[in-house]
Design a protein around this ligand. Structure first.
Ligand SMILES: Nc1ncnc2c1ncn2[C@@H]1O[C@H](COP(=O)(O)OP(=O)(O)OP(=O)(O)O)[C@@H](O)[C@H]1O
Ligand SMILES: [Mg+2]
Length: 297
């Protein structure tokens, strides 16, 4: 068995607005990264079980509810592609599924732990899975339920999912406020990796105008803005979803699969650029640290 630990990037995909492509983006980005050889785990943290259903699983798999309550080891709850079990996930993608009972998680947790905080439960679960995957994606719900709050509080990165409409783009200001609030509430290291615009009707000026506006507004707030690649509205996504699959499994040559491949490359490039500027900053800090040591001696 290969015990080499890999660096795991933990990315929450969210927006408090419903139906804006969070789950579709999570699954397709995971599949695109999987295709590039990155081992990826999707954790379904939505009581509506969008990611679980989107990958063709029924509603009776044990998963996040049991993991968050500490009733079972997360590793034992992970679903992988397995012809015997009848599970068929995208290449290099595993899933920690959810059932509807996730909606009762907070009540159950408080019943068992009167004085503890339910959102503190995801950190230890992630701690056990870190080093086994290149990416862990947290698919969140459009509400402030405990598993969603836990995701925001435990992630390294946040990707905002939005539609290219005035209402949705206007709502991103609230999303930025939420991210800032999460930082103040304890996850000071949470960084916005970018904004995915999806369900774009055509490659008209409207989408690029919104991309430009998001870039400008977010840069003013000191944040990374919209990814260059946007995802067009495609029936292929809905058809794949009906089959419980991603487009990477049903129509891998479709234009929308190509868009997700381009998006995955952008995600990797952004991560690499942030990580290498951090490495440079570390080298710059070192001589000062060494000087301090010399002074202490
Ligand atoms: N690029 C696309 N083209 C066409 N339909 C899409 C596209 N992306 C997502 N959809 C459809 O839009 C609907 C909402 O998408 P999705 O479930 O990914 O959003 P969500 O933000 O996760 O929703 P919720 O807030 O309910 O969890 C789904 O029916 C999905 O099939
Ligand atoms: Mg969803």
């Amino acid at each position: 068995m290969d015990n080499t630990k890999i660096h795991t990037e933990i990315i929450a995909i969210g927006n408090q607005k419903g139906g804006v492509g969070k789950t579709s983006n999570t699954l397709h980005l995971a599949a695109a990264l999987g295709e590039l050889g990155k081992k990826t785990l999707v954790i379904d943290l939505d009581g509506n079980c969008g990611a679980t259903r989107g990958l063709g699983l029924g509603t009776d798999w044990l998963g996040t509810f049991e993991a968050l309550l500490g009733d079972q080891e997360p590793e034992d709850l992970i679903v992988r592609t397995d012809p015997v079990e009848g599970t068929d996930l995208p290449k290099n993608v595993d899933l920690l599924p959810a059932r509807r009972n996730l909606e009762q998680f907070e009540d159950e947790y408080r019943r068992r732990n009167k004085f503890a905080e339910p959102s503190s439960t995801l950190g230890p679960v992630l701690g056990k899975l870190k080093g086994k995957y290149d990416f862990i994606f947290l698919d969140t719900a459009p509400n402030a339920s405990a598993p969603t709050v836990a995701s925001y509080r435990s992630a390294d990165w946040f990707i905002l999912s939005t539609e290219a409409s005035k209402l949705s783009v206007d709502g991103l200001t609230d999303a930025l406020t939420d991210i800032q609030a999460v930082r103040e509430a304890g996850n000071a290291g949470l960084r916005l990796l970018g904004v995915i615009m999806c369900k774009v009707d055509t490659r008209t000026r409207i989408a690029s105008n919104y991309t430009e506006r998001i870039r400008r507004d977010f840069a003013a707030a000191g944040e990374m803005g919209a990814f260059e690649t946007y995802i067009t509205r495609a029936t292929a996504i809905e058809l794949a979803q009906e089959e419980g699959k991603t487009v990477f499994q049903t129509e891998p040559a479709h234009k929308v699969a190509e868009q997700y491949r381009a998006l995955a490359r952008e995600v990797l490039a952004r991560l690499q650029s942030v990580r290498s500027s951090e490495a440079v900053a570390e080298v710059e800090i070192k001589p000062h640290g060494e000087m301090m040591e010399a002074a202490d001696a």
